[in-house]
Each structure stands twice: as structure tokens, then as C-alpha cells.
Design a protein around this ligand. Structure first.
Ligand SMILES: [Zn+2]
Ligand SMILES: [Zn+2]
Length: 253
């Protein structure tokens, strides 16, 4: 047992149940983030079927309507995010965004690195670079960190692909949560810029990390900004894709 586990017994980030102390190796891989029951719920979420391609979410590459309109046809994700009820997926996202519990990041990064490496080995070159959609300033002030950057850095550690903060957030914009698709698109226009201090990305393949993709407005805008620097390819990835994307598209038909 690690000394800290003795003082502060680890709890499941899904349900709060006290967990058995995990070995150092399991801890490093974030494998002690969930209790067995929440972990099973998480695994089921990865296997839930995509409404468009019918593949399990873990194998689905469908991007949102808005992303496709901009020629961004691929989005890797682990599961869908329905918002309700408060299950393992939502708790994991909450833990990432709001708590100082680094197990959520390690767990999410370990989970994400598998589909990313699988895709990269087939479709991307060897010159890869990881970056993230920068968090809103308000979120950084409230919680003290950029969870997407932490997630991307963890991914970098696991995959040995270098991490670079390629994007900057120029203005905060409104919180996207309660905006519709068109309002979201307008809200992120001009929000991001290229970090001039970052390495040149011309001809390189970028893995762009975010936590949740809802309409895809932010990740789309980040892709547009990155494209100006002429990378060879950009692969957007997220933990969860909001299932609403598909229901809204169904309404369009
Ligand atoms: Zn649990
Ligand atoms: Zn799909």
C-alpha cells in the first residue's frame, strides 16, 4: 500500500466508493480510477452503438455535422456523452474538469492512446505532435488548470509523441453550454490563434485533444487555425462525443 493511500484511501471517481489500494503500476495507468461496477459501465459506454455508422463508439470515426461541412470527416472518441443521468462517463469528465484528482487524466489518457496509436499507425506519418484545444480562461481561473492540456501531456508521456501548446485562446467567448449550433460557431470565431512560440508544424501530423465534442464548433475552429500553418494532417480526438449531435442531425432530415 502506498503511504498516501493509507492516509487518504482512494475513492472511485464514478460513485465515491472506497477502493482497494492499487499497485503502483495500476495507479500510474489510472487503472484505479473506477470501482469494478463503474468500470463496467465505462466499458459498456465504449461499446454503445454510433447512431450513424452503427459501430461501437470506440471504433466510430464519425465527426459532427458542422465538422463535416468544413471537410473534417474524422473524429476519434471513446464513448458518447448523453449528459444524463450522472453515470461513469459524466463523472469522469467532471473529475477531469473540476478536481485535482490526477487519476482521471491518467485513466482517460491511457484509454485514448490505444485508438490514437491504431489510427496513427495506419493513416498518419511518423512525425507526430500532440496539442490540445485550450480551456477557457474562466475555467482556468476557477479550477486552476487546463484539463485538456493535462490530458494531452499525459498522452504524450504514454505515447512518447511530443506535446506542444500550439494554440492560444485570444478571447474567452461565452460559455458554449447553452448555445445552439449556429451561436456556438459564431462564439468561437477568432477565439484561437497559433502560438508563435510553438514549433513549426508544417508537414507534421497533429493530434488535437479535447475532452467533450458537442457540435464540434471549438475543435473545428482550432483545426482551421492550425491548417494555416500547413500541417500534413490533423487528427481530432476526444473522450466523449455528445450524442445530441446525431439527434439534431436526424431532426434536419
Ligand atoms: Zn464506482
Ligand atoms: Zn459513427
Amino acid at each position: 500500500m502506498r503511504f498516501l493511500d493509507f492516509l487518504f484511501p482512494p475513492k472511485c471517481i464514478g460513485c465515491g466508493e472506497v477502493l482497494e489500494s492499487a499497485s503502483k503500476l495500476i495507479h500510474e495507468k489510472g487503472g484505479d480510477a473506477f470501482c469494478p461496477s463503474c468500470r463496467a459501465e465505462w466499458e459498456m459506454a465504449k461499446l454503445s452503438q454510433c447512431a450513424r455508422c452503427r459501430l461501437p463508439m470506440i471504433d466510430c470515426r464519425c465527426s459532427s455535422n458542422m465538422m463535416r461541412r468544413n471537410g473534417n470527416n474524422v473524429l476519434l472518441k471513446l464513448c458518447s456523452y448523453k449528459g444524463e443521468p450522472m453515470g461513469a462517463v459524466k463523472r469522469l469528465i467532471f473529475a477531469l474538469k473540476r478536481s485535482a484528482d490526477r487519476r482521471a487524466e491518467r485513466f482517460a489518457a491511457y484509454q485514448l492512446h490505444m485508438p490514437i496509436m491504431k489510427y496513427a499507425s495506419i493513416y498518419l506519418g511518423a512525425d507526430l505532435i500532440i496539442t490540445n484545444v485550450p480551456r477557457r480562461e474562466r475555467g482556468i481561473i476557477n479550477f486552476g488548470y487546463d484539463h485538456a492540456a493535462f490530458l494531452a501531456k499525459n498522452l504524450s508521456k504514454i505515447t512518447h509523441i511530443p506535446y506542444e501548446p500550439l494554440l492560444l485562446r485570444e478571447i474567452d467567448g461565452k460559455e458554449q453550454k447553452n448555445l445552439d449550433e449556429e451561436a456556438r460557431r459564431r462564439n468561437v470565431k477568432g477565439v484561437f490563434s497559433l502560438n508563435k512560440k510553438a514549433a513549426s508544424i508544417k508537414g507534421r501530423c497533429i493530434i488535437l485533444v479535447d475532452d467533450v465534442v458537442t457540435t464540434g464548433a471549438s475543435i473545428n475552429e482550432c483545426i482551421s487555425v492550425l491548417k494555416d500553418a500547413e500541417p500534413a494532417a490533423i487528427l481530432p480526438v476526444c473522450i466523449a462525443q455528445n450524442a445530441r449531435i446525431f439527434t439534431e442531425e436526424d431532426k434536419d432530415k
